[in-house]
Design a protein around this ligand. Structure first.
Ligand code: URA
Length: 212
């Protein structure tokens, strides 16, 4: 079963509390999303492999560590996941960024719970460690489909990060993708009848883009 990391760093907790406030406007919500994404990326990359190298300092030769191994690709799920990219890229500037557009299927007659409407992944994604990101892990349908899509490209190492999550979404990923570790800033109570996270922070895309 995949591990769930609830990131209890005080800065992450504090910033998420402000994001939850319905009186927080889009400008601040955007800034906070970027900051939380940066802090979460820091935690999610804690186990990147290192190798020792020798560096000549002005004083002596230092035996010191640099990151080695596979490069990273960030895959935000459109649209709300887009808000997390800049924070993550500021820590991993060499990361390539792919995009997956997936939305919940509102037609009950349709077999699949989701519609994929866009997908553009880095050509060398197979050689990269991938971080799939979305603002929220709600029912888990979109994250589940996005991760399946990334796996179809032959990727072996995937992490999922979301600012907040709920047990339903976590359970879905754990069932379908037990190899994918989940990083989140909060594990909320659950979903309401409209599939919003409770207490959550409402419609993440609308809060971020100011569309409502
Ligand atoms: N999508 C949202 O925008 N908000 C939720 O709470 C759940 C899914």
């Amino acid at each position: 079963m995949s591990k769930v990391h609830v990131l209890d760093h005080p800065l992450i907790q504090h910033k998420i509390s402000i994001m939850r406030d319905k009186n927080t406007g889009s400008k601040e919500f955007r800034e906070l999303t970027e900051e939380v994404a940066l802090l979460m990326t820091y935690e999610a990359t804690r186990n990147l492999p290192l190798k020792e190298v020798e560096i000549q300092t002005p004083v002596a030769i230092a035996r010191t560590n640099v990151i080695t191994g596979r490069k990273v690709a960030l895959i935000p799920i459109l649209r709300a996941g887009l808000g997390m990219v800049d924070g993550a890229v500021s820590l991993i500037p060499a990361a390539k960024v792919g995009h997956i557009g997936i939305c919940r299927n509102t037609e009950p007659s349709e077999e699949s719970a989701v519609d994929e409407y866009y997908c553009k992944l880095p050509f060398d994604i197979k050689e990269r460690d991938v971080i799939v990101m979305d603002l929220m892990l709600a029912s888990g349908s979109c994250a589940n489909a996005a991760i399946a899509k990334v796996k179809q490209s032959g990727v072996m190492s995937i992490k999922f990060i979301s600012v907040i999550a709920c047990p339903e979404g976590v359970a879905k990923l754990q069932e379908n993708h037990p190899d994918v570790e989940i990083y989140t800033g909060a594990l909320d109570e659950g979903l309401n009848d409209d599939l919003y996270i409770v207490p959550g922070f409402g419609d993440g895309g609308d809060r971020f883009f100011g569309t409502k």
